[in-house]
Design a protein around this ligand. Structure first.
Ligand SMILES: Cc1cc2nc3c(=O)[nH]c(=O)nc-3n(C[C@H](O)[C@H](O)[C@H](O)COP(=O)(O)O)c2cc1C
Length: 198
């Protein structure tokens, strides 16, 4: 196995105009860089074109399927990642359609990788979306870590400059989640490389 730092892709799941997702992702990517155990890549789904019309053959049956040219950069970055943190709000007690579409367009990119979550929304703080993501990623043979970060009523927790009014508790939650994510990402990267050798 190589000694290169593991790659963590932080995915901003919402794409709507005026969204709050990038503020949460900026805070979390600062925590991840400070943690120091990952090389961090922030993937904003708003930068990609993600058609809702999925291919005729599911990615599970044809992992190398032809994807739209505009999705190539996104696919390359998902493939390169050893671990993911999904930054997601609750949309009608579930996940944004943009996030579901990008998950469904891919397959091997999630396989045997570690996944953590940062949620935000009204009262439920992204937890309903996170629980749905655990089910979805189970089908994709990914491992979702136990710890998470949740921001219920996020609009009370961040100030107008996008800074947390009381940062200590969320920072501790992020560290705990990143510790678990790193443990699992290391174990899974080793297992994938053994498998690749045969
Ligand atoms: C389509 C839609 C559905 C929503 N459903 C919920 C919900 O079920 N529970 C909740 O607490 N907040 C809900 N909200 C409020 C969002 O959590 C809040 O608007 C948040 O800022 C959305 O993330 P975004 O700004 O990154 O798009 C919903 C917002 C939208 C746009």
């Amino acid at each position: 196995m190589s000694n290169a730092p593991l790659k963590l892709a932080v995915i901003i799941g919402s794409v709507r105009e005026g969204r709050f997702g990038p503020v949460v992702a900026r805070w979390f990517s600062e925590q991840a860089r400070r943690h120091g155990s990952f090389e961090v890549d922030v993937i904003d789904l708003a930068d990609a074109r993600i058609p809702l019309e999925l291919p005729a053959v599911p990615p599970a049956l044809d992992p190398d399927l032809q994807r739209p040219e505009e999705m190539a950069d996104l696919t390359r970055r998902l493939s390169a990642a050893d671990a993911f943190v999904i930054v997601t709000p609750d949309y009608n007690r579930s996940i944004p359609a943009s996030l579901k579409a990008v998950i469904d367009w891919h397959y091997t990119q999630w396989d045997a990788k570690a996944i953590g979550f940062v949620g935000y929304s009204g009262a439920s703080g992204g937890l309903l979306a996170i629980e749905h993501l655990r089910q979805i990623f189970n089908e994709l043979n990914a491992h979702t870590v136990r710890n998470y970060v949740s921001f219920p009523r996020y609009y009370l927790l961040f100030d107008e400059d996008g800074r947390l009014r009381e940062p200590e508790e969320p920072a501790a939650a992020a560290t705990a989640m990143l510790d678990q994510l790193h443990w699992w990402a290391t174990a899974l990267a080793a297992a994938r490389s053994l498998e690749a050798v045969g």
